[in-house]
Design a protein around this ligand. Structure first.
Ligand code: SF4
Length: 481
């Protein structure tokens, strides 16, 4: 009997693209950047070389790209820096993955290098602290929203700065459009946070974010890890870092940092406690053999990594991109944990999608792989309601782009709203959004519909929220067309 006779053909018809995620770019792609054409693989793979050669200013672009840089793009970027709330900082790794023959359309360029021509006016109900993290903060650098979990922000710096950061109010330095009180990692200032966690026995879970844990020194990784492990009621925590996506060389070559992390993970395991990494890939275009090598090392050492992506127009709002991202992450042992609806912070309107687009994508991705590797498509509710499944709203007015939500356990009695980007609505509706009268009437109509479906909430609290929203919105936005 031949093999052909013994093996029945697959019952499922598959397209050739089903294997795309198994290919990892291995070429010397950075050598296409004029200034780096002689940089060896060894140099490129050194995390200190990456950090030293980060791109931060228009001058840096001119220096590394030379004649490849389109003067119109440079002008667009220079003007974009007057509008963006975020600093620019990119590792050579990410910078070299951009298609410099067409940077305007490139999904990586869009995430890290703002240009003036992309910006749209902010939504009138945007907020610098859209998720209400400061409101739910009992002590400096800590947010306590869910009963058993806290968010600890020990620093506000990152190895790269994302143009769309939800914490643009504090992350990185001030820009022309946003003044910030940023802070570096100062271990002497964390005692109040540790004391709060010690004194609140319901807390079992800590997210160490910021900022980015890649910017913590090895002794700070140890200090935070060992302090948390020593608190009896802490059962698990995660270091959050975008580093595996944008600076995988640190996992491969910064032995002191890596060993500090590994020691905490091992100590946690001996004590029966979980220590994870949460990372942040948004596009399959970001993933090369360098990320795979970093993930192989982490996997061999038993360190579990989960991913949190943000859904963004021009980056990953397509079935093909999201399916490929999901498969590629799964293939290299990163669990695709969340895909978030974009937060309503300043300077991100060009990135935001509607709830309808998000729900459609979630339907298209479901079934592509096992459930445990299928991301949860989620809206983190403006105003601090927490994370909700994307289709779990109480009422959604798609015409006016308003969805109403509740969060019964996290904020009982409160009604929350998410607002679709105005430029995606019909012209007549856009006109309604241009005045406070129009906004008020649309909101009140949605509330009537929420009442009609029988949703229970505190009417007094809601009236206050609606008044606050209408008072806070400004017709003249920080961003201009
Ligand atoms: S890495 Fe995270 S915290 Fe830092 S800029 Fe990006 S989104 Fe913000």
């Amino acid at each position: 009997m031949t093999n052909e006779q013994r093996t029945p053909p697959s019952k499922i018809e598959v397209e050739a693209s089903i294997y795309d995620h198994r290919t990892f770019r291995e070429d010397l792609f950075w050598q296409q950047i004029p200034a780096w054409e002689n940089i060896s693989e060894e140099q490129f793979g050194d995390h200190t070389w990456q950090s030293k050669n980060s791109i931060k200013t228009p001058k840096d672009l001119v220096k590394v790209l030379g004649d490849r840089l389109d003067p119109d793009f440079l002008e667009d970027m220079t003007q974009g820096l007057e509008i963006t709330p975020m600093n620019v900082r990119m590792t050579p790794y990410v910078f070299a993955l951009i298609d410099w023959d067409n940077p305007l359309d490139d999904p990586l360029r869009k995430q890290f290098l703002p240009v003036a021509s992309q910006f749209l006016p902010d939504h009138p109900f945007k907020a610098e602290d859209s998720l209400g993290e400061d409101t739910d903060s009992p002590v400096n650098m800590l947010t306590h929203r869910y009963p058993d979990k806290v968010l600890f922000l020990p620093l506000t710096t990152c190895p790269v700065y994302c143009s769309y950061c939800t914490r643009s109010r504090v992350i990185g330095g001030s820009t022309s459009s946003m003044k910030k009180s940023s802070y570096g990692a100062k271990s002497g200032q964390w005692d109040e946070v540790f004391d709060y966690i010690r004194q609140n026995p319901e807390v079992e879970d800590v997210v160490i974010s910021g900022g980015d844990s890649f910017n913590l020194r090895p002794e700070q990784i140890t200090q935070i890890g060992e302090t948390l492990l020593a608190i009896p009621h802490i059962r698990r925590f995660r270091y959050a870092t975008k580093g595996i996506a944008i600076l995988p060389m640190k996992i491969l070559t910064d032995d002191k940092w890596y060993n500090a992390l590994l020691d905490v993970v091992k100590k946690g395991r001996e004590m029966g406690k979980q220590v994870f990494i949460h990372t942040h890939f948004s596009s399959p275009r970001e993933i090369t053999i360098w990320n795979k090598r970093a993930m192989d090392k982490l996997f061999q050492d038993g360190i579990i990594v989960r991913n949190q992506a943000v859904l963004q127009q021009g980056v990953n709002l397509s079935k093909e991109e999201m399916i490929c991202l999901t498969r590629k992450l799964s293939y290299m042992n990163v669990q695709p944990y969340y895909v978030y609806q974009h937060d309503m912070v300043p300077g991100v309107e060009h990135f935001r999608t509607t709830i309808k687009e998000h729900m459609q994508l979630s339907k298209e991705v479901r079934g592509v792989t096992a459930g445990f590797n299928t991301p949860m498509f989620t809206c983190d509710l403006p105003g601090g309601g927490g994370k909700r499944p994307i289709n779990s709203y109480e009422y959604y007015d798609q015409v006016h782009g308003i969805s109403a939500w509740t969060a019964p356990l996290v904020k009982p009695g409160e009604l929350f709203f998410y607002f679709d980007p105005i430029h995606k609505l019909a012209p007549a509706v856009q006109e309604l959004w241009a005045t406070n009268e129009g906004r008020s009437s649309m909101l009140r109509e949605v509330i009537k519909q929420v009442d009609a479906v029988g949703t229970e909430y505190d009417k007094g609290k809601l009236e206050q929220k609606v008044n606050d929203l209408l008072e806070s919105c400004q017709i003249s936005n920080t961003n201009k067309f």
